[in-house]
Design a protein around this ligand. Structure first.
Ligand SMILES: [Zn+2]
Length: 335
């Protein structure tokens, strides 16, 4: 199986994040990548391909220009400088003063847990490039592909970063693939993909399906409820399946397959983009669905049986010791 990955993605290094007023180790650790690559080396039947940098208009097709210029300006930070936004202009009556790094970085951010450093932009572009190269390959050959995206993407909206995400990799390749067929994004990260939902919320071009921890109790708290079904042309092209933490694997699979059946009644897509969040894994520090390594293989088989052209994008998954094995178990169902 072909794997897309660039070492530039490891140069985005943030050590701490703020949670409940306290500094904690940043969950999107570089060692996540090492864990996944090690599992591929151990299994032996994966070919790792370094992607070319994607065309800028593939990114600007999804994200606002001013947001991209802002993110790009993070390259000017000093080597050891980390910017963690902590003031947010939530009241939209406040007049706009030019957002800039570092003082008004909160203009383009929705949480206090995601930071910027001077390699953030190049890592985010490299991450999007892995997704883009995977999409090109699947489009050409019909083969399933996996992009080792880091930083992840599904929390990033047109003009906001957060949840460790800066560029929305799934949305970027969805726009590209739309030229050659219909697209459904299935997001099984533990957390609702608020960014992806917002990008396609008023559109029937891309169906967004998400199964995730209930926003009553889990991040991102404000979105991911069942009643969010889309607006305007997008009505019924957005489906959320929120589950309470510690749902058993059998409940999980039942809810997923029921939901997918309903989604396929609205759209039988040519392409399936999987926003593959492995923070549903047993023991994940921020996820509580208890999906085992064997369950991940079953999950892969269920998606494989849907028989669509499939691109798998890495999203969350933070238990470094188990992540690689779980990703490999999932992917092994595709070859
Ligand atoms: Zn997550």
């Amino acid at each position: 199986m072909k794997i897309f990955y660039s070492s530039l993605q490891k140069k985005h290094v943030i050590k701490k994040e703020v949670y409940n007023g306290k500094a904690h180790p940043y969950n999107d650790k570089v060692t996540r990548v090492d864990s996944i690559l090690k599992a591929f080396r151990h299994a032996g039947n994966y070919e790792i391909i370094v992607p070319e940098i994607l065309p800028y208009d593939a990114i600007s097709n999804v994200h606002d220009e001013d947001y991209l210029h802002f993110l790009e300006s993070s390259q000017n930070l000093k080597n050891d400088e980390i910017i963690c936004p902590y003031v947010f202009p939530c009241d939209n009556r406040i007049s706009r003063h030019e957002p800039f790094i570092p003082k008004r970085a909160g203009y383009y951010c929705f949480d206090a847990g995601t930071s910027l450093m001077n390699n953030t932009w190049s890592a985010a572009v490299a991450s999007a490039s892995t997704a883009y190269a995977a999409a090109i390959h699947t489009k050409k050959t019909g083969e399933p592909t996996y992009a080792l995206c880091r930083p992840p993407g599904h929390h990033a909206s047109k003009n906001m970063f957060g949840g460790y995400c800066y560029l929305n990799n799934a949305a970027i390749i969805a726009k590209y693939l739309l030229k050659s067929g219909s697209v459904m994004i299935v997001d099984f990260d533990y957390h609702h993909g608020n960014g992806t939902q917002s990008i396609f919320y008023d559109s029937s071009e891309v169906f967004y399906f998400s199964i995730h921890a209930h926003p009553l109790v889990e991040y991102p708290y404000f979105t991911g409820f069942e009643e969010e079904k889309g607006i305007d042309d997008g009505v019924n092209y957005n489906m959320n399946v929120p589950l309470m933490p510690l749902s058993s694997p059998s409940e999980y699979f039942k809810a997923l397959l029921n939901g997918m059946n309903k989604a396929f009644q609205v759209m039988e897509p040519d392409y399936l983009i999987l926003s593959a969040g492995f923070d549903i894994e047993a023991g994940d520090p921020i996820g509580h669905f208890n999906i085992s390594i064997a369950d991940f293989n079953r999950l892969g088989r269920e998606f494989r049986a849907m028989n669509k052209k499939t691109i798998i994008l890495q999203e969350g998954g933070y238990l470094v010791s188990a992540l690689g094995g779980n990703v490999e178990s999932f992917l092994s169902a595709f070859h």
